[in-house]
Structure formats: C-alpha cells, structure tokens
Ligand binder design. Structure first.
Ligand code: MLT
Length: 264
C-alpha cells in the first residue's frame, strides 16, 4: 500500500486485526520492510502492525534533497497521522533505532512502548563520519554491489546461511542514491543520549551477543540510562538479531509488548 507523506509516496503494510494496539516496526540500513516479515506476521496475531520502507529504500522513492534523519522521523510521525495511528508500540532496529529514539524525543506521548534493537543513542564519532563519507563516495562511484558485499559480514555472524542470502538480496534491490542518502542522514544525526533519562514508557533493549556494529556493551549502557529498561542479549546472533535469532528475538519482543500493551 502507499501513503503520500511529506510529498513522498511511502510504501507500507498493515497486518493484524483492526482495533488492536498498534505496533510500528522500523527497519535498519540498508534494508526494507521485508526484513520484518517474520516479526510482523507473528505480532499480527495480537496487534495491528505497521511496517514501511524508509524513503529511498525498498519501494519508497527518495524525496527531494536535503533529507536529514529528521525527515525520516517526519515520515514516521506523518505516516502514523495519515493512517490514524494515535499511539503505537515502537520497535526500531539499528538505523530504525536512531529514528525511534529521535521520535520519542520529539513525541513521546505518541508511543506506549519502545524497543531498541541493535542500536545506540550516541552520534557518529569523527572516524565514523569519515567512514560514512567513504561509503557515500563508493556507492556513487561503484554502485551497490561491492558496498553490500563488504557490509554483509559485519551484519551477520553467518553471512552464508539462508538468512544472509535473503538479506543480501533485499539490500541489492536498493538503489545507490537512497543508500547514500541514508548514510548522510545517519552521519548527521544528533546525540539522543541526554534525553534517555526522560523516557518514561516501558522500554526494551535487544542486542545480538555477537553484534559487531552496536556491541552488547553499547546496549548495556543504553539500557542502564533508561529507567526500568529491560535488556535482552540474544546468543549466537550478530547485528541483525531478528534475522539471525528469530525465535529468541520474537520471544523477547513478544513478552515485552504483552506486558507493556495498553489494556482495552
Ligand atoms: C543499520 O543496521 O541500520 C546500520 O548498521 C546502522 C549504522 O550504520 O549505524
């Protein structure tokens, strides 16, 4: 389905029975909503589940520049408005977590729970910013394929397993311009660490035990700064923990949302 939000026809899916509490799943970089397919199907037994392709990725076109991370957050809040989602449980993985943290900073009353998966609140270091710049240049110069080939082993412990092949296919369908824009958006994101103490909704931090991009110590410090946050370290999973340890991921997220969901 498509919704015109901020001048962009965002591609999205809604699953699950009308009238149930909403859950919004925000995907990472450079993925699409397809990476949430298993979680959306499982959660749709109990919730109304919204997934969408971030602008410039999957089936969502890239709007006119400039498009900082703030524009992606505008899309999240705008899509919720367009679909009549007053409040939702918010789940973000990696880049999706950066968006989720900023969305909660801007509009906490719109969310009844926050699940931060394989992500961090700190902005990029200078070294990280230079890495993004190199990635942007490489995407424009060499295209998507070498970039994805280099990234995949950092995302998963077992890149050659079926989940790795599926993730690679999803990433390869994205265009260089959308991927480069997302890199620039992440490069320019703000530090949401100072506002973690102001989070007053039930929160969960999930991390793969072998996450090389946002390691468990980052997740531990994130959880320690959010009042009452639950921490789940998933064994035998890398950065994209929902794909590499789906059963443990779904169990942790499902139990958390069940405890946090508004009773109707
Ligand atoms: C992601 O999975 O969204 C990215 O690894 C996040 C990042 O590059 O900072």
């Amino acid at each position: 389905m498509r919704a015109a939000v901020n001048g962009i026809d965002l591609a999205y899916d809604v699953e699950g029975p009308p009238g149930r509490p909403w859950v919004v799943l925000v995907h990472g970089f450079p993925f699409t909503r397809a990476t949430w397919a298993a979680q959306a199907a499982a959660l749709a037994q109990e919730y109304r589940v919204l997934t969408w392709d971030l602008r410039g990725l999957g089936e969502s076109p890239l709007g006119p520049a400039p498009q900082p991370l703030e524009s992606y957050v505008d899309d999240l809040l705008g899509l919720m408005d367009a679909l009549g989602v007053a409040r939702a449980g918010l789940v973000g993985l990696s880049m999706g977590g950066y968006l989720a943290l900023r969305a909660v900073e801007r509009a906490q009353p719109r969310f009844w729970a926050l699940a931060l998966c394989d992500t961090r609140s700190e902005p990029d270091s200078d070294e990280g910013k230079l890495g993004r710049a190199a990635g942007i240049r490489a995407l424009h110069r060499d295209g998507v394929e070498p970039f994805v080939r280099g990234l995949l082993p950092k995302l998963l412990l077992r890149p050659e397993a079926p989940a790795g092949r599926a993730l690679s296919e999803i990433m390869l369908r994205n265009g260089a311009a959308g991927m480069a824009n997302a890199l620039a958006a992440m490069q320019g994101r703000t530090d949401t660490t100072p506002s973690l103490a102001a989070i007053g909704i039930p929160s969960l931090v999930v991390v793969g035990s072998g996450d090389a991009i946002t390691p468990p110590e980052v997740a531990r410090s994130l959880a320690a700064r959010i009042r009452g946050a639950r921490l789940e370290v998933l064994e035998d999973a890398g950065h994209v923990s929902n794909l590499e340890a789906p059963a443990a991921f779904d169990a942790a997220l499902g139990a958390f949302l069940r405890d946090a969901a508004p009773r109707s």
